[in-house]
Write a new protein. Structure first.
Length: 304
């Protein structure tokens, strides 16, 4: 059942990505429109979707699932950071290249791809788990990722103003309260949330249209990032969670969020802090391309 649902979802996702490629090639999606769609998704559609995700009742089972997600994702980020530091110690990359390698190894595309896919594949309970996972993501980005790129110690206070972070904290506060949204407001949030997958896939397709795919397959370090992100981390996560005998409502979204390609934010940060943005761009796009093969494989293993 899981594989049938995922197969249907991936077919739709691929079609939407290809449509995004077509629209970019025809210049219907311009650079300005592409930036506008990204802003719309991150600053409006995703936050409103998070607001709408608090519909499930706050049962002990759901609270336990969210707490397990917070613990598992925290352990993952500590592990990924430590392992990435060890890996880069023997690499021939520059200091900046090593920094962005660590970032891409740690931070997946939770916002653009993970949260929409969790919503489509796992429903509102899965999306709420993705909200908690993303909160841990944001904490590590603020306290570890950006300070490392800047070469400074301390917190990146600007990132604490991120709308998605603020709304996620507010949504969790509402979730544990007896308050729920009025039916009409809930339906509006659901309708806006239904735009998540199409808009995010159009953005990814327009990104792909601007890339020379032949260059992507020649970078050894990009392959290493993709291997860790798309295969090693999700398989390790799967084995560990299975040993813990946690319910599927924790297992499926958590593995899905760990098996995602490198986050697009890595490219933006690499440009901002001059940390080899070309390498970051190649690795991000290559991981998106390879995800079409690896993600069904990971979920098939889970199904078995």
């Amino acid at each position: 059942m899981l594989m049938e649902t995922l197969s249907g979802l991936l077919i739709k996702v691929i079609c939407m990505v290809l449509f995004g490629v077509f629209l970019r090639k025809k210049n219907i999606i311009t650079k300005e429109l592409q930036a506008g769609l990204s802003s719309l998704l991150l600053n409006a559609i995703l936050p409103i979707s998070v607001v709408g995700s608090v519909e499930p009742q706050c049962t002990p089972r759901m609270v336990q699932a969210l707490l397990w997600t917070a613990l598992i994702s925290t352990v993952y980020y500590f592990f990924a950071f430590g392992l990435s530091k060890l890996m880069t110690a023997k690499m021939s990359l520059s200091v900046q290249g090593k920094q962005i390698f660590i970032m891409m190894n740690m931070f997946a595309n939770v916002g653009f791809i993970g949260m929409p896919l969790c919503s489509a594949l796992c429903g509102k309970e899965g999306f709420l788990i993705a909200v908690v996972y993303n909160l841990v993501y944001q904490v590590f980005l603020v306290f570890v990722g950006i300070p490392m790129l800047r070469g400074q110690k301390g917190i990146c206070w600007e990132m604490l103003k991120d709308p998605l972070l603020i709304v996620s904290l507010a949504a969790l506060a509402v979730f544990v309260s007896p308050f729920r949204l009025p039916t009409v407001v809930q339906e509006v949030c659901d309708d806006i949330g239904s735009m998540m997958v199409p808009v995010s896939m159009l953005i990814i397709g327009s990104d792909l249209a601007d890339q020379k795919l032949s260059v992507l397959f020649k970078d050894v370090h990009s392959y290493l990032v993709c291997t860790m992100r798309l295969i090693v981390y999700p398989l390790l996560m799967f084995v560990i969670i299975k040993q813990m005998d946690l319910p599927s409502m924790v297992l499926v979204p958590t593995i899905l969020l760990t098996a995602l390609p490198c986050g697009s934010l890595n490219v933006i940060l690499a440009k901002q802090y001059d940390c080899e943005p070309e390498f970051a761009s190649r690795a991000v796009i290559l991981s998106m391309v390879l995800m079409v093969i690896t993600l069904p494989g990971i979920l098939w293993i889970m199904g078995q």
